[in-house]
Write a protein of this length. Structure first.
Length: 169
């Protein structure tokens, strides 16, 4: 049951990462069209920069757990790489618990801000007048996804210790 839930969670994060790839493509198209309209027709789109900035928040926070699972987060492992498998698993558990603690703070504080944006119906101060709650809510969503991903890695390390398997270097 737990293995199936873990597999599903990883698949959802992979799908989010693919979706974010399309957001990058969308930003590229928006900026290209804006530049073309600006220099060819002298009529740029007034909302391109703002929408691109908001999409960048999604690009940064939605695939954050997929990045963790891919092993692409910055990590200083100069000492850990020389440890035995069981000691490395214990070290990873402590490291991931600290990460969950940080994600809790990130989610709590950014969630408070997103809630304020929702209750206050904050809007952008530009001509687009976009609601800011969806953008502000991406940060706590990313924090929750990352915390869940770290918990998955903790469970995998606990399973490694329980079964007596060693971690690969």
């Amino acid at each position: 049951m737990l293995a199936a839930a873990t597999r599903l969670f990883r698949q959802v994060n992979t799908a989010l990462a693919r979706f974010v790839g399309y957001l990058v493509l969308m930003i590229m198209v928006l900026i290209t069209v804006d530049v073309a309209l600006r220099y060819i027709f002298l009529s740029p789109l007034s909302w391109t920069v703002e929408v691109s900035e908001y999409l960048l928040v999604a690009i940064a926070f939605l695939p954050i757990c997929h990045t963790l699972f891919a092993g692409m987060h910055i990590e200083v492992d100069v000492f850990v790489e020389h440890l035995s498998g069981k000691v490395r698993a214990r070290t990873n558990i402590v490291k991931h618990l600290l990460g969950v603690f940080y994600c809790g703070i990130l989610t709590w504080q950014s969630g408070k801000l997103a809630l304020r944006a929702y209750v206050g119906t904050w809007r952008s101060e530009t001509g687009t007048d976009l609601l800011l709650f969806p953008v502000y809510s991406l940060v706590p969503v990313g924090g929750i996804l990352l915390a869940l991903g770290l918990l998955v890695l903790i469970l995998e390390d606990v399973d490694t210790l329980r079964r007596g398997r060693t971690l690969n270097a």
